[in-house]
Write a protein that binds this ligand. Structure first.
Ligand code: 11C
Length: 344
């Protein structure tokens, strides 16, 4: 029987992607949609300005949106997907966990909390065991699991493939699509004929989240990876798909050929939304590109290319669909991992 799920922040850009991915999902059944007070009481069709690239499913359009409050969500909902703005997430997610809900959240609040697993299943599924620490410390019947920022998800799997060479220094420069900024980014497209070299706290997120993801959980606490990471983040006028330029310095020699082989053979998982292969490596120096390659693996694959040796170590490009692999799909995949691990 499918697990009944709720979506918090269902009318936003990531909330819409969540609905698009969850509606046909055989393991999950959408049973609750929440949004801000102004949407509560309206049908989803009335409340949402639907913008994703498939029609709103009829049965979803007819559902009534509720306020984002555990008391308004049916008790038989077991799993909550959260795509709330971080300030709202910080306020309401703990209440859902206290009320016994398992929360798979894309919101950026609490990602770096010591007892909150920050998970990309193909990279650090074992960090889910941190939930035992979380339950001991917080006394929740529910649980809170996070996925990282979309730009972090784009490059960390490629680094995970290279850990055997001993990661020492990583420099990453991003070219991020406007959909990462939600509706405002997509609708205004103010940046046509422009690029913006500072987009909030992105750089800090890439630097800290990557070290947590590649850290080691010893059963009691999570030790951050010691690699040095420096990030520079930029917004470009692309609709979907974050492209990143990466330079990696390693302890052991690392040729482009060895790196390509490590990335191509990096294992995927036997979860429904995990693509196989996880990482596509292109030989063509002008790939990957957002418009051509963002839908690989149903938008869940990472694409890499342009591997070459430089005085600053191995250089390459990588790409992921930011609202699928980088956000909604990442939360759904964490939901599948929670199910696989008996939390649901
Ligand atoms: C952007 N990566 O492209 C951001 C959006 O931490 O989940 C996602 C922010 C986050 O602007």
């Amino acid at each position: 029987m499918a697990v009944r799920v709720g979506v918090l922040g269902a009318t936003g850009a990531v909330g819409q992607r969540l609905i698009q991915l969850l509606e046909p999902h055989p393991e999950f059944e959408i049973a609750a949609l929440t949004a801000s007070e102004s949407s509560a009481g309206h049908t989803y069709q009335e409340a949402a300005k639907w913008r994703v690239d498939s029609p709103i499913p009829d049965e979803i359009g007819e559902m009534t949106v509720t306020a984002t409050d555990p008391d308004d969500v049916p008790d038989d909902v077991d799993l909550i997907f959260s795509s709330l703005p971080s300030s709202v997430g910080a306020e309401v997610e703990p209440g859902f966990c206290e009320a016994g809900y398992i929360v798979s959240s894309n919101s950026s609040n609490s990602r770096m909390a010591a007892d909150v697993p920050l998970v990309i299943p193909e990279v650090n599924a074992d960090h889910l065991d941190l939930l035992e620490v979380q339950r001991d410390e917080r006394g929740w019947d529910g649980a809170l699991v996070k996925n990282p920022n979309c730009s972090t998800i784009t490059f960390v799997p490629t680094l995970a493939a290279l850990t055997e060479f001993g990661l020492e220094k990583v420099h990453v420069s991003t070219l991020q699509a406007v959909s990462g900024a939600g509706y405002d980014g997509v609708t205004s497209m103010e940046i046509i004929d422009n690029a913006i070299p500072y987009i909030g706290s992105e750089e800090d997120k890439l630097e800290t989240e990557s070290r947590k993801l590649l850290g080691e959980f010893d059963g009691a606490e999570l030790n951050q990876n010691s690699m040095a990471v420096s990030a520079s983040c930029n917004r470009i006028p692309t609709i979907d798909g974050h492209l990143e330029n990466v330079w990696v310095e390693t302890e052991d020699d690392l040729t482009p050929e060895a790196a390509a082989e490590a990335m191509e053979s990096y294992p995927s998982l036997d979860l429904r939304s995990s693509p196989d292969p996880l990482i596509h490596v292109f030989d063509e120096p002008d790939r990957p590109q957002p418009r051509m390659d963002r839908t690989l693996g149903n938008g869940m694959a990472i694409a890499a290319g342009g591997l070459q040796e430089t005085p600053f170590g191995l250089q390459y490009n990588c790409l992921a669909h930011n609202t699928i692999r980088g956000a909604a799909g990442a939360s759904v995949l964490n939901g599948e991992l929670l199910l696989e691990n008996g939390y649901l």
